[in-house]
Design a protein around this ligand. Structure first.
Ligand code: AMP
Length: 430
């Protein structure tokens, strides 16, 4: 670990809520519209500034990027044209989002941030690295490729971040992460953020972090707070009609529609486009330039709706999303929660509408039970898992029983009833 870090070349004459910040950061925060720190920022920034390692349990949407971004930007030696901080992320989209946020935070200090991810050629990333990157945000595969080619050196790294660590481990990045961290100085400071802290993440932390300060941020639970959830029965074959009726509602300004497969996402996008709706499909078969174009079109409100598969939508933070539609039920109840959590961000209102066809009855029943258990857990104050216990296992949406109307606050009296064993989310065709 580094010893205590002072904001480089900045007088701490401004404030970010209770936190003093230097002039450059204060101006950046002002321009970004951040007047008060979010809870994770308030809790993570002081220990990180003091050179401590931090392990934070927080989801995307809590403001964790600025939580590590502010201290990183502050500690960059602006005169040194070498990589001083590395942020590892699981997906290309998150890579671009994090790099953009760090660039904005570092814009007045002229900190050089480079995003490196797969799915595109090396050319532009190499040019950017050669111009002297100080912070690199990357997916582990591309970071390793660039190191192997001799284009990226990490021996000057003073700060490493593992962002969405649980997802990185889910997709098999553990060996790459270990190798990358092994190429950074052991004196570096390390921050790890993860929505859940399963044993694998804990073990990773114990191998690479030094007595981390642990922070758990209870994210606003999307199923019970800001989001208006509706389950709508539709007759066989009528889902398209139902979706169109919602898209025509003026309150539906920007929508994310989930489908389970690439083929179905494409087909729905085609059906809607044919009827004059401005939509695009996002799935694993899109090239990186296509994905970037779709996301840019979304941000500039050129699109009314994005039709996505679960994997393609991972890590996406689309501001201003008013509606999430589950055209198909997801594989697991946990995925439902992830999906609907895309709307209602940062305290905004959001609507999640799940279209229920005849084929969805049993999946819906399992989902309702899960939501009821989750709600009962919240009421007992156990919304976020802490401690060393194993993470709760997920159940597939495939239960046989049926139930009546949606009542999320029903306490769980069925604890001992047989549950199907957990299954990870199947990465089918995304
Ligand atoms: P993150 O969890 O870092 O992906 O941030 C989630 C969203 O919250 C992003 O759209 C940020 O722009 C926004 N955000 C982060 N910090 C703040 C803040 N202090 N005030 C207002 N918005 C914020």
């Amino acid at each position: 670990m580094n010893s205590s870090i002072q904001p480089a070349g900045q007088s701490a004459d401004q404030t970010f809520g209770p936190l003093p910040v230097g002039d450059d950061i204060a101006r950046a925060l002002h321009r970004m519209g951040y007047s008060q720190p979010t809870p994770i920022q308030e809790q993570a920034i002081p220990p990180l500034r003091n050179g401590l390692d931090v392990m934070g349990q927080a989801q995307t949407g809590t403001g964790k990027t600025a939580g590590f971004g502010v201290p990183i930007v502050e500690m960059i030696d602006l005169r040194a044209r070498r990589v001083q901080a590395i942020v590892l992320v699981p997906t290309r989209e998150l890579c671009l989002q994090v790099a953009e946020e760090l660039s904005r935070l570092g814009s007045f200090a002229s900190v050089r941030v480079v995003a490196v991810h797969g799915g595109v050629g090396f050319g532009r990333q190499l040019d950017a690295l050669r111009q002297g990157a100080q912070i690199v945000v990357g997916t582990p595969g591309r970071v390793e490729d660039l190191m192997a080619r001799g284009n990226l050196r990490l021996d000057g790294v003073r700060f490493a971040v593992l962002d969405e660590a649980d997802r990185m481990l889910d997709v098999g990045f553990l060996p790459a992460i270990e190798r990358i961290l092994g190429r950074t100085p052991s004196t570096r400071q390390t921050a790890l953020f993860s929505a859940t802290i399963p044993d694998e993440v804990r073990r990773l932390a114990s191998r690479h972090m030094h007595e981390p300060v642990t922070i758990a941020i209870e994210s606003k639970k999307p199923t019970v707070e800001a989001i208006d959830q509706r389950f709508e029965d539709v007759r066989d074959g009528d889902k398209l009609k139902a979706l169109i009726a919602h898209l025509d509602d003026p309150s539906c300004f920007l929508a994310l529609v989930f489908r389970r497969t690439t083929y179905k996402a494409d087909r729905l996008a085609h059906d809607l486009s044919k009827r004059g709706y401005k939509v695009a499909a996002l799935h694993g078969r899109r090239t990186q330039p296509q994905r970037e174009k779709v996301l840019a079109d979304l941000k500039s409100a050129k699109l009314h709706a994005l039709i996505a598969t679960d994997i393609a939508a991972r890590g996406l933070d689309i501001g201003g999303l008013t509606h999430v539609f589950n055209f198909d039920l997801p594989d697991t109840p946990e995925t439902y929660v992830h999906r609907i959590g895309r709307t209602g961000r940062a305290g905004e209102a959001g609507t999640a509408i799940t279209l229920i066809g005849p084929e969805d009855a049993e999946g819906l029943s399992t989902l309702k039970k899960y939501l009821a258990r989750r709600e009962a857990g919240d009421q007992r104050g156990s919304g976020i898992q802490e401690g060393r216990g194993k993470p709760r296992r997920s159940s597939q949406i495939s239960d046989r029983s049926r139930s009546g109307s949606f009542q999320p606050s029903r306490p769980n009296r069925n604890r001992n009833r047989r549950q199907r064993p957990s299954q990870p989310l199947q990465a089918r065709s995304a």
